[in-house]
Design a protein around this ligand. Structure first.
Ligand code: SDX
Length: 430
């Protein structure tokens, strides 16, 4: 195969190098295009544009493949804890026992929020969105943690990574407790990552919450499945902010804001809202699917479709099975799960979805598990952010380790008014 692409513009041929990745993905390197031709490319939504070279996560959207640092998501979901997966993503290798114990201790040592920060929660209205609180508190954390973290200082970076990984739980749980008017519960040094979060969420002064192994396993699995996903909207935002050499906390806080929207991390909450609306309206799943196909009021089948996966999202398959087994272990049934299954079956047989290669994505079933655990719906996207934290941190680190890394600064095609002279207000007409 050729390693050069030829582009003809106004009768002149330009040659552009073709780069090939370790999985034989090929891309046209256009970094010299404007200097050579005076033209730029245009790619609304970046569907055809690679922003970087990365060794963290590989996705094959046609084959439904997802690997973190070369390990298939199916194996990691079955065999690894979320903390181990975080170390794999951030430092590139599955941790040895010593490395795992060292990082585990750093998470324990950095779980509690600085004492002064507890008052920050009082400053938010009780109905403040948890994602607003999370992004604000992550930014505030920088003022207490490491000032001016130097990206190449490995020890400082590891401490900041542990602080963010650990405190994202404490912030999330504290925002929930503040929201429901209960006292903030502090982390315990004797608890594992997921159990400690659930303890901070659901323990009350008169009753310690101890999650069942099945609940802990299900949440650990969800976090593993959300840990990274190539250059998605929020990770690209983290890299954009990092490229200007903003600190890790500011970059991650920007990622939280990018994740918030219903087309991205907010979809897990939008799926459950959609299911509840279908149930409340009394319409059939077929009638709802027809509304989607007719684009009534811009309604979409939330939790379906993906920019990269043109096949099943491998995470959706795993989550669907996990939802089944968790509900069985808790001896509960959730009518939303039955409705979701029915909706999936109707959609997957409908030409509108099949022709557009629209399949369930990571968000279609994740809300079912979060509901079963007792996580309130407005915290579903916070859970996504907790899972994605290691991916954001890993991408921040990789960007700073890229030789000659430049600030991200895309161009545009201007379509506004051509030059015109200023006029005094009394002469302006509409
Ligand atoms: C995540 O990028 C990542 O990796 C993200 C993520 C991660 O881990 O970081 O995987 C997490 O964000 C998953 C996606 C969660 N969002 C949703 O479930 C929201 C519903 N999905 C859609 O909004 C949409 O599918 C997107 C946003 C996910 C993808 O949008 P694209 O790639 O821009 O696709 P598109 O809007 O161009 O759609 C192509 C066609 C259109 O129809 P036509 O105009 O060609 O006739 O498919 C239709 C769309 O109208 N379509 C849908 C649909 N998704 C796409 N129609 C109905 N329901 C949908 N969900």
């Amino acid at each position: 195969m050729s390693d050069v692409a030829k582009l003809e513009i106004d009768g002149k041929i330009f040659e552009l190098p073709i780069v090939t990745g370790s999985e034989n993905e090929r891309g046209i390197d256009i970094s010299a295009l404007r200097a050579a031709t005076g033209l730029i490319t245009l790619d609304d939504g970046y569907g055809n544009t690679g922003s970087c070279r990365s060794a963290i996560t590989y996705i094959d959207g046609d084959a439904g493949i997802l690997r973190y640092r070369g390990y298939p998501i199916e194996q990691l979901a079955q065999k690894s804890s979320f903390v181990e997966v975080a170390q794999l993503l951030i430092w590139g290798e599955l941790p040895t026992t010593t490395e795992r114990n060292q990082f585990g201790q750093m998470l324990t040592d950095n779980a509690a929020l600085p004492w002064d920060m507890r008052r920050h929660f009082d400053g938010f209205p009780t109905d403040a969105h948890p994602m607003a609180i999370l992004s604000a508190m992550i930014n505030a954390l920088e003022s207490y943690d490491l000032k001016n973290l130097h990206p190449t200082n490995q020890e400082e970076f590891a401490l900041a990574a542990a602080s963010l990984m650990s405190k994202v739980r404490t912030i999330a749980a504290a925002s929930y407790k503040s929201h429901i008017g209960q006292p903030i519960v502090w982390p315990r040094p004797d608890m594992k990552y997921v159990e400690n979060f659930l303890h901070m969420m659901f323990t009350v002064p008169y009753n310690d919450y101890v999650p069942t192994p099945e609940v802990s396993h299900a949440l650990n699995l969800l976090l593993v499945l959300h840990a990274d996903h190539e250059q998605n909207c929020s990770t690209s935002t983290v890299r954009m902010v990092a490229s200007g050499q903003a600190n890790l906390y500011a970059s991650v806080a920007a990622g939280v804001c990018a994740l918030w929207g219903p087309l991205h991390g907010g979809a897990n909450m939008a799926v459950v809202e959609m299911l509840e609306q279908i149930k409340a309206s009394g319409i059939t799943t077929k009638q709802f699917v027809d509304k989607v196909k007719n684009r009534e009021d811009g309604v979409k089948l939330m939790g379906f479709g993906h920019r990269v996966y043109r096949n099943f999202d491998p995470r959706a398959k795993i989550i669907k099975e996990a939802a089944d087994s968790l509900l069985d272990s808790l001896h509960i049934t959730d009518p939303m799960l039955d409705l979701a299954r029915e909706l999936e079956a109707v959609a997957l047989e409908d030409e509108y979805f099949v022709s557009r290669k629209l399949y369930p994505n990571v968000d279609f079933y994740s809300g079912i598990i979060l509901r079963a655990i007792g996580i309130p719906m407005d915290m579903f996207t916070v859970m996504f952010a907790m899972g994605r934290m290691p991916g954001w941190i890993a991408n921040w680190k990789e960007l700073h380790e890229t030789p000659g890394q430049r600030i991200y600064r895309p161009r545009q095609i201007y379509t506004g008014a051509t030059e015109r002279a200023w006029v005094p207000r009394k002469e302006r007409r509409r």
